[in-house]
Design a protein around this ligand. Structure first.
Ligand code: ADP
Ligand code: MG
Length: 217
């Protein structure tokens, strides 16, 4: 039985609100009316392939109930322990390598390999058993290098305090040293996808447009 009173607000992302239920499970509720069942289906498929994702408990069109994974997000860990930036960059690269070998499921339309399309450090929880990948709402098929480029772009354009910029650079340098170097060629396309996805603030728009311009040079 669903009880709105017995849930505590945990987070609100771009498209959803997240709550913890009194039984310890996490509820992700869409604000955009997108059908949560496709995200749940994707996560169940990935669990079966050995990819670390929260376990799905139940789902309706507007709510997905899943395992709550305790731990800091990778983005928080980078902020709190900047000396780990290089190590965490490699860890994000490793997650991409794990996705490289997952067959794209038939229920996804399109052609190519499986892409998360939003695999940035804010969508990775460093749980007790290792990193867990969240937020499969954008999963699609395509070129794996585009997925890597999107990880790079989402962090590269984020606005940070100057003191954080050196840490970001160390994270990204380590990340890129451990992925397919050809992913760089997909950066303009990744910037285009990110620009289309949500409302961006003017500074981020400008940074993304600059990355798209790389194509013409
Ligand atoms: N299973 C989970 N375990 C722990 N935290 C979670 C879990 N799912 C979501 N969260 C938290 O909620 C936030 C938003 O969830 P996310 O799936 O990324 O939604 P959005 O699409 O709105 O970004 C995450 O950044 C994370 O902090
Ligand atoms: Mg998210």
């Amino acid at each position: 039985m669903r009880s709105v009173a017995q849930r505590q607000h945990l987070a609100s992302g771009q498209d959803s609100d997240v709550f913890i239920r009194s039984d310890g499970l996490l509820v992700k509720r869409t604000r955009t009316g997108r059908d949560m069942r496709s995200e749940a289906r994707m996560m169940t498929y990935l669990s079966g392939c050995g990819i670390p994702v929260p376990r799905v408990h139940e789902v309706t069109a507007d709510e997905l109930v899943m395992q709550y994974v305790p731990g800091p997000r990778m983005s928080e860990e980078i902020g709190r322990k900047p000396w780990l930036a290089g190590c965490l960059g490699r860890e994000l690269a490793d997650l991409h390598h794990r996705l490289d070998v997952v067959p794209a499921p038939d229920f996804l339309s399109g052609e190519g390999h499986l892409l998360h399309l939003d695999l940035h450090p804010g969508n990775v929880v460093l749980g007790p058993e290792g990193p867990v990948v969240l937020d499969w709402a954008s999963a699609t098929k395509g070129d794996r290098r585009l997925d890597v480029a999107l990880s790079w772009v989402s962090l590269a354009v984020a606005r940070l305090a100057p003191v954080r910029k050196l840490t970001r650079w160390r994270f990204l340098r380590s990340f890129m040293a451990n992925v397919d170097p050809k992913a760089v060629d997909a950066i303009p396309e990744a910037a285009r996808i990110r620009l289309q996805r949500h409302d961006r603030d003017p500074a981020e728009r400008a940074a993304l447009e600059k990355l798209m311009d790389r194509e013409s040079h």
